[in-house]
Design a protein around this ligand. Structure first.
Ligand SMILES: [Zn+2]
Length: 355
């Protein structure tokens, strides 16, 4: 396709293929022996402000707080490494700006693959409810660490997240985060329907750690309930379904009130959730939002030895010991199996794996 990006010091990367696109920009593979990709934004609302934002993030890469976030393997955050722009006339209206970052595909698969039974079987065939629990904990730990270092994600959503078959989680699109640099605040502007705290829906309120914590609860619910959004469902009072955000604003949520929404019979049974986790969902969606660190602690407790049981009929059915019989078999009887047996010929990573 012939596009080249260039860094401030003159290093050039040839773009090979487009591998992703979002509301703000596009991500391209680049020609480089290292696993790198380039994110480019063609027409940001304020190009100079966007470039300054990226430059500051690149500068923060060496700060102790960021070094802490980038420690460990695999690296969980696709931090901007080098600001780049497309080669050519810097004043041209179509000139794109962005940055080079680590290619998260090296270690992870898109997070959405954990949320759909069909994608799970295809991409992460060994994943069970134990994997969902591990991913929920990893996400809560990551968010707690980001918040402790003064960062706010702002546009937390499955599309910005990555996961692997062991339930490890990564995050990209760092350029949309809200952060401070010296005295300057770089506000988060982005929001996504279905992944916005009620106080930010329809308004201009900036994100904060508490609005991230609301979305964390949504994502944990989706992970533990096989993709089911906590505010999904037609209004139980017979009114028209408008959107997830409308349900959020009206408090229509099966965890808060089972009669507030109508869900398909084949939805995962609500009582598959451990009691202490249900308590956190009720607090999160009822207005007393638990912080990410508390989620991390409670989710870790549910993964402790002896807390998980394996179904006697289907070994991919893993559930909390609090429920005496298998919730996934109950769901299967009602027409859907969130964790079906791995088709013949697929590697089954569940065998021999300790819980
Ligand atoms: Zn079962």
């Amino acid at each position: 396709m012939g596009l080249t990006v260039i860094s401030g010091s003159g290093h050039r990367w040839r773009l090979t293929e487009r591998i992703g696109s979002g509301a703000e920009g596009m991500v391209y593979a680049v020609e480089d022996p290292r696993p790198l990709v380039a994110k480019l934004v063609v027409r940001p609302p304020d190009r100079a402000a966007y470039r300054r934002r990226v430059e500051r993030l690149v500068g923060q890469r060496r700060e102790p707080r960021t070094v802490r976030l980038l420690a460990g393997s695999p690296v969980r955050v696709a931090w901007p490494m080098v600001p780049v722009r497309t080669a050519g006339d810097p004043g041209h209206r179509d000139q794109a700006s962005g940055y080079v970052m680590r290619d998260m595909r090296q270690d992870f698969t898109p997070f959405v693959h954990l949320l759909s039974p069909a994608a799970r079987v295809r991409v992460l065939p060994g994943a069970t409810w134990a994997t969902a629990l591990a991913a929920a904990e990893a996400l809560a730990v990551l968010l707690a660490e980001l918040h402790a270092e003064g960062y706010v994600v702002g546009d937390l959503k499955p599309d910005n997240l990555w996961a692997d078959g062991r339930g490890r989680v990564g995050v990209a699109d760092v350029d949309s985060w809200q952060f401070t640099d010296g005295r300057e605040v770089f506000p988060g502007r982005m929001r996504t329907p279905g992944y916005t705290a009620p106080e930010r829906i329809g308004g201009t309120a900036p994100p904060d750690a508490a609005s991230d914590d609301f979305v964390l609860a949504v994502l944990v619910h989706q992970l533990l309930m096989s993709g089911l959004h906590p505010f999904a469902g037609h209004p139980g009072d017979g009114g028209d379904y408008v959107s997830l955000d409308d349900n959020v604003l009206r408090g229509r949520c099966a965890v808060l009130d089972r009669t507030s929404v109508l869900l398909p019979r084949s939805a995962p049974p609500a009582d598959l959730l451990p009691r202490r986790i249900t308590e956190l969902f009720r607090a999160a969606f009822g207005g007393k939002r638990p912080e990410a660190a508390l989620w991390a602690e409670r989710l870790a407790a549910e993964r402790a030895p002896g807390r998980l049981a394996v179904c006697r009929v289907l070994p991919r059915h893993v559930h909390t010991v609090e429920r005496p019989w298998c919730p996934w078999c109950d769901q299967k009887e009602r027409g859907a199996d969130s964790y079906p047996a791995v088709p013949a010929g697929e590697p089954d990573h569940t065998r021999g794996q300790p819980l």
